[in-house]
Design a protein around this ligand. Structure first.
Ligand code: IMP
Ligand code: MG
Length: 194
């Protein structure tokens, strides 16, 4: 019998992979100043770590979006727009996870209309089995199994974002009955943080 959640990527796995992504971006954008756009809130943890793994100029901006209604149509409402114009800039959109790809497809079309010089995607997790609209993910952290995952920014009802590792939920039904079913993981995370 499996536990309610299993660790997919440890804090060390994430650190290592983020370092590699940072190196790739540093190399590809040498001599330029890309603007790294993060989609709040889930992307903020990845954004903060990736930025510190980039060994060149990079600026940051944030966007906050919310899905319209319940259904996942991909059409989103912009709750907070970018502070700066991205016209003529080299833009990299950072996402915590790409699932169906609907949200990102909509977001990319909105950003493309602002005429950036280049527009690429960097996603920590790629749940490719669930993709509905194809997305070219230039920088990909990990391929993610078709399971609900939590931690390192990813939440369930705003809980569990502070886990420094990423877990796959084995019993989503139990979690929906009791959103704090995995709370012991939070204590473990706090104790092991360094
Ligand atoms: P998409 O439009 O289906 O690609 O939705 C992507 C968004 O759904 C992500 O940015 C997350 O906020 C959320 N999401 C998708 N899968 C998961 C998951 O396994 N755990 C937590 N959030 C998820
Ligand atoms: Mg998100």
């Amino acid at each position: 019998m499996e536990g309610p959640a299993t660790v997919l990527f440890t804090a060390g796995d994430i650190r290592e992979r983020v370092r590699e992504l940072g190196k790739a971006i540093t190399r590809d954008y040498a001599g330029r100043e890309p603007v790294l756009i993060s989609v709040l809130k889930g992307g903020a943890w990845f954004h903060a770590d990736l930025l510190r793994a980039i060994g060149g100029h990079a600026s940051v901006d944030f966007m906050s979006i919310s899905a319209y209604g319940e259904s996942s149509s991909g059409v989103v409402r912009i709750l907070k727009d970018l502070d700066r114009d991205i016209g003529g800039r080299d833009v990299v959109v950072l996402e915590d996870i790409v699932d169906t790809g609907l949200t990102l497809t909509y977001l990319l079309s909105t950003l493309r209309a602002r005429r950036p010089a280049t527009l690429e995607v960097c996603a920590l997790l790629d749940k490719s089995a669930r993709r509905i609209t194809p997305i070219d993910i230039r920088y990909r952290g990990f391929d993610c199994p078709d399971k609900f995952v939590l931690g390192y920014g990813l939440d369930y009802g705003e809980v569990y974002r502070n886990l420094p590792f990423i877990v796959a939920v084995e019993d989503l039904e139990a979690l929906s009955q009791d959103p704090l079913a995995l709370a012991p993981l939070l204590g473990e995370a706090g104790d092991s943080y360094r």
